[in-house]
Design a protein around this ligand. Structure first.
Ligand code: GUN
Length: 283
């Protein structure tokens, strides 16, 4: 069997088209969706990420205001800036790009963002809302993964999903979202003993460890859906995921590529969260 590819670029394009429509509807009511992006320091990867976030927003008609702050910015000044943005009714979403410089406490910074503007979905209130099934903001990466499953019409009810990786922004929220769809969920991680025994039982595998070849062909049940959240470099310096794509695609039923899989979906879901924030603020 050769797996069918879930094309993240194509799906993200559809999501952006939906976002553009929702943006127009807000603008027709005199509301300009507005995302504030705060970048502290000069981390090269972060610079690229925020550039994409701004470009995606502007292409969709959302206003993205990028603020660059020096690495030396005192934490108290960043917190004060966030509080000012919390109080500004023209700002709907606030995103603080991570990682932050070492002198800052990321948790404290994120907790300073108003939950109503937490479009990254990283605030404890957002995590709690997802946990108890109340409206909040879902983190963009797992939300994008769920959209990818929806795009192939996959019914998760009663299925076994194995999530590899237990981060607060991917693994744990992903598990909650899958549980919310009546899947049975196992969360594994890099220290799980006999990971293969787990993944071989899975109808859906989400790999989010940040290490190459975490999932190989011998670990996948024939026909399973494989979602690859990883972003790594191979020996030739080329972008690759956590999944041995060439091997696993011979066994899986569906698979997401890297690049062109989860990455574009993560970016697209940020637009959706920002629009959701603007729509909620305007009712
Ligand atoms: N750094 C890497 N990915 C992300 C993300 O999704 N949000 C934020 N705020 N920082 C990041």
């Amino acid at each position: 069997m050769t797996a069918q590819i879930i094309d993240g670029n194509a799906l993200a394009k559809q999501v952006r088209a939906e976002a553009a429509g929702r943006t127009q509807a807000l603008k027709a009511r005199g509301i300009q969706p507005h995302l504030a992006i705060l970048l502290v320091g000069d981390d090269p990867a972060s610079q690229v990420y925020v550039k994409h976030k701004v470009a995606d927003s502007e292409q969709t008609g959302l206003h993205a205001a990028l603020e660059r702050h020096p690495t030396t910015l005192p934490e108290a000044d960043l917190l004060a800036r966030i509080r000012a943005l919390n109080d500004d009714p023209s700002v709907h979403g606030i995103l603080v790009q991570l990682p932050l410089p070492r002198h800052m406490d990321s948790h404290k910074v994120i907790e300073t963002i108003s939950p109503a503007k937490d479009v990254d979905g990283f605030h404890v209130a957002s995590a709690g809302a997802l946990m108890v099934g109340q409206p909040g903001f879902w983190p963009c990466t797992p939300h994008g993964c769920l959209k990818m499953l929806d795009s192939i019409g996959y019914d998760l009810k009663g299925k076994h999903a194995v999530v590899i990786g237990r981060s607060n922004i991917v693994g744990k929220p992903m598990a909650m979202m899958l549980l919310g769809r009546d899947a049975t969920v196992t969360i594994c991680h890099s220290r799980t003993r006999d990971l293969k025994a787990m993944t071989l039982q899975a109808d859906v595998v989400v790999a989010a460890v940040g290490k190459r070849n975490v999932l190989t062909k011998d670990m996948v049940k024939p026909g399973a859906v494989v979602i690859d959240v990883g972003m790594n470099r191979n020996d030739e310096g080329k972008l690759c995921g956590d999944v041995d794509f060439e091997g696993v695609k011979e066994v899986a039923g569906w698979i997401t590529p890297v690049p062109g899989g989860v990455g574009p979906m993560t970016r697209a879901m940020l637009l959706i969260n920002t629009l959701q924030a603007a729509e909620r603020a305007s009712v």
